[in-house]
Write a protein that binds this ligand. Structure first.
Ligand SMILES: [Zn+2]
Length: 407
């Protein structure tokens, strides 16, 4: 047997594994780690001899899997605080868009930023978000919308993983919006995304997946399919911004291409949800975007439950519709706005978020999985979704190594 290097004791453990118990909980648990991986987990009183291992006291709280934020647009330049202020003074979205606001302002700022500037701005946000118990995060491109700037965004996202003890998965979202210079030439832009851009991204191994924003204001189902087929040709899985503002048949389209996840889904229909269940596509719900946009239409949580579609929860961190940098706050919003149970919400940022990224090596605490842990000063797991603006985090462990935290 491999020598155990570290053991965590004195905590309840919400393993989030399918054990038949709520939260997969072990009330008085212990976790033993070797080479960054969990080698033993169970009730403390069954723990074998731990001679030679370093023992860590978890302080009597609860340990969960390190949280996974599976949908962000965290790399961008500038912000849209001015728009936020203008809207609250009564200006309409159309007025703001006509004066160069909206996504176009973020595209202009991101194109103009140097790689170093983009890195510095993104690092600040990432360290805040990571400091809320996050050990894995997905980051999309999609504010460059030309070859050079999309590559710049993905390079920055890849580099961000180096220092903070966070795994970063990158997603190419060239089909996020039609760039202004392609107005009236949609086909040419879609061909650029599905052709030279995607080839370059694949050759340089800059992305782990490909995403499209399918919507009346973005790309049609036909254009989405064109990008998805190109993604499959270069061997990349797909994801979809689906049915956020209207029913575009996005859920069924995502399922047809075996998408890892279909995200947003406010207007998804039942046939689409059933297709997602069949294809194993995760539903990623984004409560902070609903909150920030005061969206009345909620995603079809009951349909997702009824058909057994796994539900993930993410920040959607972006400057326009979700400037969110706290995962515990997402747990609260998933419960208060979408009416998930605290257990469903926690599964949404652990087990199901890992599925949404195609990662089978994390998301639950089980033998053989990475020892990515978040340690919380709470009396029971539901408390993680209860507080608003409280961060009862007292430690983060990434692949068996304790990470510095601000908490
Ligand atoms: Zn998004």
């Amino acid at each position: 047997m491999r020598r155990w290097t570290d053991v965590w004791l004195n905590a309840g453990i919400a393993t989030m594994a399918w054990t038949g118990r709520p939260y997969g909980a072990i009330e008085e648990g212990a976790i033993a780690v070797a080479d960054g991986v969990i080698v033993w987990i169970g009730p403390r009183n069954e723990l074998p001899n731990i001679d030679g291992a370093q023992v860590h006291d978890a302080g009597g709280g609860w340990i969960t899997p390190g949280l996974i934020d599976c949908h962000t647009h965290l790399v961008f330049a500038g912000d849209r605080c001015d728009e936020f202020e203008r809207r609250l003074r009564g200006e309409s979205y159309e007025e703001i868009a006509r004066s160069g606001g909206g996504i176009r302002s973020t595209v202009a700022a991101t194109r103009a930023a140097s790689e170093a500037e983009l890195y510095a701005a993104s690092l600040k946000r990432l360290s805040t978000l990571a400091g809320t118990g996050v050990t894995t995060i997905e980051i999309k491109s999609g504010y460059g919308l030309d070859l050079k700037s999309e590559i710049k965004m993905l390079r920055v996202a890849r580099r961000l993983s180096a220092d903070l003890g966070v795994t970063i998965r990158t997603t190419f979202l060239g089909a996020h919006a039609l760039p202004p210079e392609y107005e009236g030439r949609r086909n040419e832009y879609v061909e650029l995304v599905a052709g030279p851009m995607l080839e370059r991204v694949a050759t340089e191994e800059l992305a782990d997946a490909v995403d499209v924003f399918a919507e009346t204001i973005a790309f049609t189902p036909g254009e989405t399919a064109q990008v998805f087929e190109a993604a499959h040709r270069v061997g990349l899985p797909v994801k979809l911004h689906a049915d956020q503002l209207s029913d575009q048949g996005g859920a069924a389209l995502a399922a047809r291409y075996g998408a890892l996840s279909a995200d947003h889904l406010e207007h998804a229909n039942e046939a689409g949800v059933m297709a997602m269940a069949d294809s194993g596509t995760v539903a990623t719900l984004l409560p902070a975007a609903s909150y920030f946009l005061r969206e009345a239409q909620l995603p079809p949580v009951d349909l997702l439950r009824r058909h057994g579609v796994p539900i993930a929860i993410a920040t959607d961190c972006n400057p326009g519709s979700s400037p969110a940098l706290s995962m515990p706050l997402m747990l609260n919003m998933a419960c208060t706005i979408f009416r998930l149970t605290p257990e469903e919400a926690l599964a949404g940022v652990t087990r199901n978020a890992a599925l949404a990224l195609g990662l089978s090596d994390r998301g639950t605490l089980e033998v053989g999985k990475f020892a990515d842990l978040a340690i919380w000063d709470v009396r029971r797991p539901a408390e993680l979704a209860y507080w608003m603006g409280n961060l009862p985090l007292c430690g983060v462990v990434k692949a068996g190594v304790a990470r510095e935290t601000a908490a």
